[in-house]
Design a protein around this ligand. Structure first.
Ligand code: ADP
Ligand code: ZN
Ligand code: ZN
Length: 742
């Protein structure tokens, strides 16, 4: 039986998901697989081109005599590219996007920006022979040729720019001399180096002696290296416990085995200082990706990896696709960070995708966090990965002491300020002692939930256990199910009139602190003050140099530098994020509070943390205050279990968007009806449709539906049918429909 391959040729066109069918020669029949990169004749001139095999079938889509043959499996870097293509195909199936969208994410292609090249012209014959030729050229009055030879006799290797520039030699003369084998023109690609890595002086090796706990992790992974081809690990280490030192040692051992390593870190911790630590250990063998690199610079870094020019790639989620030839390890630092989830199609999660790549490559996967995601911790509990714990701060120093301030009590005592009495008192103490303070304003989930300042009551949806959002026209709306009710004037629980949205920004916090402490020097850090290219780093540097006493900021200040003089961290409105209309609200809150608290007392002096809250009894707040991850995990898992949320159940979101509001409304109503009928007997819970949290962006209206089931495979099968429904249905012509896991 003859077999055929559906092949994608050009991934440079975003919209086109066009495949071409090719015949598979007998010799490749048994070995060819989807994901393979092949050489194929393409176009009228039958130019040899690379193609990606998507599917193998036994039915031809056109007459055989018209169909071309696959020439061969591509050999240069084909192993790497085939694995990356296979990864892309997995992403297509898992996250629901087109093959082209996935391939473009995984295999960045060369954009028009020319590759920077260093070109040289070198003399290829002996001095004596060149002299003879020079005489000949002079004799024949071939001035240009003579001029070039004269110059090359002085310096046998000249930059191309000099030859064509000041020597005024034309390309045709060069070609003629090249044909006579007198000279050769060589091209050498010069890869751009990312800015972070330029002008890094070399200094003493930044090498610590691992402590007992750290060494145990390295030894354990080392001992399993050969016996387990695929292995994954989770390092749960408190802030400052020396996870980075462990990563470095693991990377060094990977490189010593002739393999390469990828270290993913959130963009925000991609600071000069952090990169410097790796540079001192691995020198030129590392490269960095970050958001300020141009397309061409990114491409160059990937090319360096492909050519074996580097061993270690550090960067945010896109660094995961570095085309190393022998990938030995992927490390995901701060694996709980939300920035690992792509907001663009394909909406992949770097942690999940890293796991898949590790499996495809036979590489080790190491996850690290002070506050592991429930998914990662659950996997460890289920024995799918091995858990290590680092309980102590590596450089000595104690974990900070945490005080909870109940803001309901403050109001009762007549304090209507944003600051509790204890926080005000402690700020005053620090200013007197010349120590530094960080004030962290939790603004996640700021989207207008309504709460009572007397009793902490939050207006919630009666159907969904998420908070209602305040919309224009004083309506309270549920973003999960669309439930609506009018806004209230007094608290339904205690009758207090102090009920409303929480509206304080960092600017106001700064003003309020200044009123109480007129002499304090205050810096503010949020999206507004860090717009410039290095705004973020500059502010942190200024604070580190003690240009200010108090740093006020949003979640941005939770990450990054160590400030040894910070002995007090104040967390304002700790529970704001508890009321996000999202099932992960408690997890996000716990992570934010724990990480923010971890900023205090990083130096020799002990630190204190004040958590201001309206819900001190909520387990996310209480466990963060007690710095008790295990107890948080246990309680949160109970909630997830009851509600059927990940990681215990699976969830899929169907995002629908359109500029036509009415059409969108109609289409999602039909879609919901169709889906409900479809899943009727499969035990899938359907929630929605409802407006998305942000219901309109750039005049595009957005609605969503959520499907829940214990088994993601069931949701995937639903997705495939829904996709067909959408494709065939005229009503969806102007509506974009996307699927997202979770
Ligand atoms: P994490 O990544 O867990 O937050 P780091 O690796 O950044 O922790 O380490 C925190 C601090 O402890 C750093 O200043 C680091 O140099 C120091 N440190 C790490 N390991 C050791 C060690 N074994 N001995 C002494 N200091 C260490
Ligand atoms: Zn109340
Ligand atoms: Zn609801």
């Amino acid at each position: 039986m003859e077999l055929f391959a559906d092949i994608i040729v050009d991934i440079s066109c975003k919209k086109l998901d066009q495949t071409f069918q090719y015949r598979i020669p007998e010799t490749l029949k048994s070995s060819l697989e989807p994901g393979n990169v092949v050489e194929i004749p393409f176009g009228r001139g039958n130019r040899m081109t690379k193609g990606y095999v998507l599917r193998i079938t036994d039915y031809p889509s056109c007459p055989l005599e018209k169909m071309k043959w696959i020439e061969a499996v591509a050999t240069d870097f084909a192993g790497t590219d085939s694995k990356l293509t296979a990864l892309a195909l997995w992403m297509r199936d898992y996250y629901g996007c087109t093959a082209v969208q996935a391939l473009r994410t995984v295999l960045p292609f060369r954009q028009k920006a020319a590759v920077k090249e260093k070109r040289t012209v070198t003399l290829q014959v002996s001095h004596q022979e060149a002299q003879q030729k020079l005489e000949l050229f002079r004799h024949k009055h071939q001035a240009a040729r003579a001029r070039l030879l004269e110059a090359l006799l002085e310096d046998p290797m000249l930059p191309y720019e000099v030859v064509t520039g000041s020597l005024k030699i034309t390309p045709s003369v060069l070609r003629a001399l090249e044909q006579q084998k007198l000279i050769s023109c060589e091209h050498e690609q010069v890869y751009r180096r990312p800015e972070l890595l330029q002008n890094l002086g070399t200094s003493a090796q930044d090498r610590v002696i691992l402590n007992y706990e750290q060494q145990e992790i390295v030894d354990a992974i080392e001992s399993e290296w050969e016996e387990k081809e695929i292995a994954s690990y989770l390092i749960h280490g408190v802030t400052g416990s020396g996870k980075t030192a462990v990563y470095m040692e693991l990377i060094a051992r990977t490189v010593a085995r002739g393999k390469q390593a990828i270290l993913l870190i959130p963009e925000i911790s991609l600071t000069y200082q952090n990169v410097l630590r790796f540079y001192h250990r691995f020198g030129d063998r590392i490269s960095v990706l970050h958001s300020r690199l141009s397309q061409a610079e990114r491409y160059d870094q990937f090319e360096r990896a492909r050519q074996g020019d580097i061993d270690v790639m550090i960067g945010p989620r896109s660094a995961l696709f570095t085309p190393f030839q022998k990938l030995g390890m992927i490390i995901v630092d701060e694996e709980h960070e939300t920035s690992y989830k792509s907001e663009q199609v394909p909406r992949y999660h770097a942690r999940e995708t890293a796991r898949k790549r590790a499996v495809l490559e036979g590489a080790k996967l190491v996850l690290g966090s002070a506050t592991p995601s429930l998914e990662a911790y659950y996997e460890a509990q289920m024995g799918e990965s091995r858990l290590f714990t680092l309980k102590e701060r590596a450089a000595g120093g104690m974990l900070p002491e945490v005080i909870t301030a109940d803001m309901r009590e403050e109001l009762k005592a007549g304090n209507r300020s944003v600051f509790s009495r204890i926080l005000t008192e402690k700020i005053g103490e620090r200013l007197k002692r010349g120590e530094q303070v960080m004030l962290f304003l939790n603004r996640r989930g700021y989207a207008g939930f309504v709460s009572c300042r007397s009793c902490g009551h939050v207006m919630k949806c009666p159907h969904c256990d998420v908070s209602l959002s305040l919309h224009q026209g004083r309506r309270l709306v549920c973003h999960y199910c669309g439930y609506e009710e009018p806004a209230v004037g007094k608290c339904p629980t205690c009758g207090s009139p102090f009920i409303g949205g929480f509206k304080v920004g960092t600017q106001q916090v700064v003003e309020l602190v200044q009123q109480v402490f007129p002499n304090a020097r205050i810096l503010r850090m949020d999206a507004d003050t860090t717009k410039g290219k290095d705004g973020h780093a500059e502010l942190l540097r200024a604070f580190a140099q003690r240009d200010a006493d108090i740093l006020v900021g949003t979640q941005m200040i939770v990450k990054g530098h160590d400030f040894p003089l910070v002995t007090l961290v104040g967390i304002l409105a700790a529970d704001l994020s508890l009321n996000m209309s999202d099932y992960e609200a408690a997890e996000r809150t716990f992570q934010l509070l724990t990480q923010a608290a971890g900023r205090a007392g990083r130096g020799k002096m002990p630190g204190e943390v004040v958590i201001q809250t309206y819900e001190p009894e909520h387990y996310a707040v209480a466990c963060a205050a007690a710095q008790d991850y295990d107890s948080f995990y246990e309680q949160e898992m109970r909630y997830r279990q009851l509600a059927g949320y990940p990681p215990l159940g699976d969830m899929m979101t169907i995002h629908c968007a359109s500029e036509q509001e009415q059409q969108l409304g109609l289409a999602v109503t039909y879609l919901a009806k169709f889906v409900r009928q479809l899943v009727g007997r499969r035990g899938v819970t359907v929630i929605g449709p409802a407006d998305e949290t942000v219901s309109k962006v750039n005049d595009v209206y957005r609605k969503a539906m959520y499907l829940k089931h214990a088994d993601f495979k069931v949701l995937t099968s639903v997705k495939n049918i829904v996709e067909q429904y959408v494709e065939m249905n005229e009503g969806f012509k102007d509506i974009s429909v996307q699927f997202e896991r979770r």
